[in-house]
Design a binder for this molecule. Structure first.
Ligand code: NAD
Length: 418
């Protein structure tokens, strides 16, 4: 992998590096250790040849970046998206370390991905690509070493192929991945866990402002796994989802969108374009709509210096990883807009991934109710820890979450010995 350039100032790597440096200063960490925490422990770049159905051979670039494993095995999703590049994967791997530490689960952080548009591949091509990629990263993954999961462009089926490929070489190993189908040892709730967690955390953030979810107007960018499940839970718990979108654009109704109809449309037509009783908005316009809660749930760096002054929401709940740039974060803070950071807001996914891994290790499935309750408990404790740290250090929730995460990882490293 080519050495990383200094990150672009609006990138999520820039924000993560700055936050880690600040948090390291709060803990008075040794300069070398502070630097170490910014960089990944290991990075692997692989070439993946794929024979397309029409006989055309193409080679795709893939990555697995392992950031830190002081608190447990490396853990993080695998993304199939054309924008996947080393800088993005590094930022996302670091976020996983801090996220696991903030919610107090025994994992480190990693991320992987392939620079490909999965919508252009047939199921057969996707399967061959996934199996090749699994073989390429096989030397560095394992149930106690590094445990992949789904992310943008990948799903339970992708995890099933990874599990099968790994198991064929190393013996039956359901705990090699999380986010598997239930029939292969997946966990109840995993599919909806990130979206559910986003809504649970949004509820806590509103409660801290003496508000409830009832009738809060919510705009959600991205209607994939995270965005669609968040929309359903917001709707179920009494909030009013006024805007949703996918990569092609958004739909808006200030009186509230029929989320059940949106789910059906996406399932049947793979597009929100003809959603009844809604008007079209662009993804850019959606971010600036008049609403109470804004939930970016698609890609990185969508709230940047240029549009941050125009955001009208009172709370931004970061369901996506790295949706806000550092300069935008400062602007939102100055404007009194509360930002619930990604490493807290979307940690429901990795938390239930941890439950899935634990169930696989124990060979003992847990009931749905137990998982929902435990998820709520973990997120509530993490939210309170972050809130308390923010009060103690007079910081934003984001700075507090990094202070907490960096403190926990540094402590584990010191105890284990460098
Ligand atoms: P997904 O692939 O299921 O859905 C992504 C959604 O974003 C789709 O609706 C897609 O159309 C839309 N999208 C893609 N490119 C876009 C663009 N340029 N502009 C606007 N919309 C665009 O992915 P997901 O699993 O829902 O992940 C969404 C985000 O949440 C990512 O940032 C991911 O890292 C983060 N996340 C996911 C999980 C998880 O459990 N899946 C956990 C934590 C964080």
């Amino acid at each position: 992998m080519a050495p990383l350039k200094a990150p672009a100032t609006e990138s999520s790597l820039h924000l993560v590096s700055t936050m880690v440096s600040k948090a390291s200063a709060v803990w008075n960490l040794n300069e070398a250790l502070a630097e170490f925490l910014i960089h990944a422990d290991r990075e692997l770049r692989v070439e993946i040849p794929l024979m397309h159905d029409d006989g055309r051979l193409a080679v795709y670039e893939g990555y697995r970046v392992q950031h830190n494993n002081a608190r447990g095995p490396f853990k993080g999703g695998i993304r199939y998206h054309p924008s996947v590049d080393p800088e993005e994967v590094h930022a996302l791997a670091g976020l996983m370390t801090w996220k696991s530490a903030v919610v107090g689960i025994p994992f480190g952080g990693a991320k992987g991905g392939v620079a490909v548009d999965p919508s252009t591949l047939s199921p057969g091509e996707l399967e061959r690509l996934t199996r090749r990629f699994t073989n390429a990263i096989l030397p560095v993954i394992g149930p106690n070493e590094d445990v992949p999961a789904p992310d943008m462009g990948t799903n339970a089926q992708t995890m099933a192929w990874i599990m099968d490929e790994y198991s064929a070489r190393r013996g039956y190993s359901p705990s090699i991945v999380t986010g598997k189908p239930l029939a292969l040892g997946g966990s109840q709730v995993r599919e909806e866990a990130t979206g559910l967690g986003v809504v649970q955390v949004a509820k806590m953030a509103l409660q801290a402002q003496k508000k409830t979810l009832k009738d809060q107007r919510v705009a959600i960018q991205g209607f994939g796994n995270v965005g669609s499940n968040a929309a359903r839970w917001f709707d179920q718990l009494g909030a009013k989802v006024v805007a949703i979108s996918d990569v092609r654009g958004g739909r808006y109704n200030p009186k509230g969108i029929d989320i059940h109809a949106a789910w059906t449309l996406i399932e049947e037509k793979k597009s929100l374009a003809n959603l009844k009783n809604t008007d079209a908005v662009t993804n850019e316009e959606l971010l600036e709509l008049d609403c109470d809660v804004l939930v970016p749930a698609a890609i990185e760096s969508v709230i940047v210096e240029e549009n941050a002054p125009k955001i009208k929401a009172k709370i931004v709940v970061e369901a996506a990883n790295g949706p806000t740039s550092l300069s935008a974060d400062r602007i939102l803070k100055e404007r009194g807009i509360e930002v619930v950071p990604d490493i807290l807001a979307n940690a429901g996914g990795v938390t239930v991934s941890y439950f899935e891994w634990a169930q696989n290790m124990q060979q003992l499935p847990w009931e749905r109710e137990l998982i929902v309750t435990r998820l709520g408990d973990v997120l509530m404790r993490a939210f309170k820890d972050v809130e308390r740290t923010a009060t103690e250090h007079k910081t934003s929730l984001r700075e507090a979450a990094f202070i907490l995460g960096v403190g926990r990882v540094a402590e584990a490293m010191k105890l284990r010995g460098y």
